[in-house]
Write a new protein. Structure first.
Length: 413
């Protein structure tokens, strides 16, 4: 099954209630559990990853299936390593091919006992939870920040605390800062000097907590404004001084002609013009925005050169290869390099007739490509569209409310 997306007949003028931040929701749930809080986290994201996290944390089971939820897999692995008992955790076939060895080895160094149930270095895992000793560990700075965040959140509850040394360049710093900022909200302080993060033994404090809206989800509405070049869109629940790294999208979209006005309730988007001849940017701190900007730039005929994309290789799919394959269907030939640079020099090829965009079990592929309907006269087809439930379950309903046509077809790929 696929959806045929067609452009609105009139300029978009609407207010969008964005989903709550998945990144904050999943971290807050872990921290709330670690603090033994009697409060419920408010305004949780209604997405697959968060729902699976809630289900796991509220379960009396010892065996967990987290589906395709990478965040849940990583955070829950660390969490269970300090909860006394024997646990197993698994996921989809894709999840069983997403590496987790770096995290498992680090946790085992801190005193955990985690074993691979099938393939070395990959889920499913058997975890023998117990008190963790803590200590000094080193990780490559260019691994997924979720590994680092998983360790940091349990660090204050180890006997010795944790000194974490990050070797080489550190990617996704905002996600690490987000974790440390949320830990501080729950009463735990850490120090980060150079490439060393230190967390001493401490106790978390139960606090009421409300999750803010998701800046990653906001990026698709920025893309819509950049491509439509008219109308007015209000996005509720976003704040100027956000802990989310993807808030940088507002600044970056200004270079593509989208202006942001912060209001008491969120932001107001208008097209201001003046987009770039070429966009060169390092996405190491905002990897989840890369797909949005690759599609936007191509459809605006703005050549680009994006770096800092190493973590895209180990997301729900290899997002670099997925972008190349799907944009090629629209007539844009992208190139990538072994140092994880993705670029488009402006060259075009013959587009496929009636292309259907594959989504690779990746919510961001579906949401980044759907706005292409604003540029393509015959609209665009998105395969397996329900994949958006991973982070933005109401995405298609919100597009309909904005005037987009969203019609179901049965030409699956």
């Amino acid at each position: 099954m696929s959806y045929l997306i067609s452009a609105p007949d009139a300029p978009i003028r609407m207010s969008v209630k964005l989903p709550a931040s998945k990144s904050i929701s999943n971290r807050a749930l872990i921290l709330n559990a670690l603090s033994y809080s009697g409060y419920e986290v408010e305004n949780l994201s209604d997405c697959d990853d968060t729902n699976l996290m809630v289900k796991a944390l509220n379960s009396n089971d010892r065996n967990f299936d987290v589906g395709a939820a990478g965040t849940t897999m990583r955070f829950l692995t660390a969490f269970l390593s300090k909860v006394v008992g024997e646990w197993t955790i698994t996921g989809t076939e894709r999840m069983k091919n997403r590496p987790i060895k770096v995290l498992v080895e680090a946790l085992n160094q801190l005193g955990a006992r985690i074993e691979y149930m099938e393939k070395e270095g990959y889920p499913p895992l058997r975890i023998f939870g117990s008190a963790l000793q803590g200590g000094d560990i080193s990780l490559p700075g260019n691994v997924s920040s979720q590994y680092i965040s998983a360790i940091l959140m349990i660090a204050p509850l180890t006997e010795k605390g944790v000194t974490l040394r990050l070797e080489g360049d550190i990617i996704s710093k905002p996600y690490i800062r987000l974790t440390l900022g949320l830990m501080e909200r729950f009463g735990v302080n850490a120090s980060w000097t150079g490439n060393v993060i230190r967390v001493t033994p401490q106790e978390y404090t139960p606090v009421p907590f409300k999750v803010e809206s998701d800046w990653s989800a906001a990026s698709y509405w920025y893309e819509i404004m950049a491509l439509s070049k008219r109308g007015e869109i209000r996005l509720e629940g976003l704040f100027k001084h956000s802990l989310q790294g993807d808030a940088a999208g507002a600044r970056l979209f200004a270079r593509l002609g989208v202006g942001t006005t912060f209001t008491r309730d969120g932001v107001l988007l208008r097209y201001t013009g003046g987009s770039r001849d070429k966009l060169v940017y390092d996405f190491a701190d905002e990897p989840d925005l890369a797909q949005t900007f690759a599609v936007t730039c191509a459809l605006l005929n703005i050549p680009f050169r994006f770096s800092g994309l190493r973590s895209l290789r180990i997301k729900e799919t290899d997002r670099i290869e997925a972008l190349k394959a799907e944009l090629r269907k629209l007539g844009y030939t992208l190139t990538s390099h072994k140092d994880n640079i993705l670029e488009w020099d402006g060259g075009r090829s013959e587009p496929e007739p009636r292309p259907v965009i594959a989504t690779y079990e990746d919510h961001r592929m579906a949401m980044a490509f759907a706005p292409a309907a604003l540029v393509l006269p015959e609209g665009i087809r998105i395969a397996h569209p329900r994949v958006v439930t991973k982070s933005y379950p109401r995405y298609w309903e919100d597009l309909k409310a904005a005037g987009f046509g969203v019609r179901e077809e049965n030409n699956d790929i």
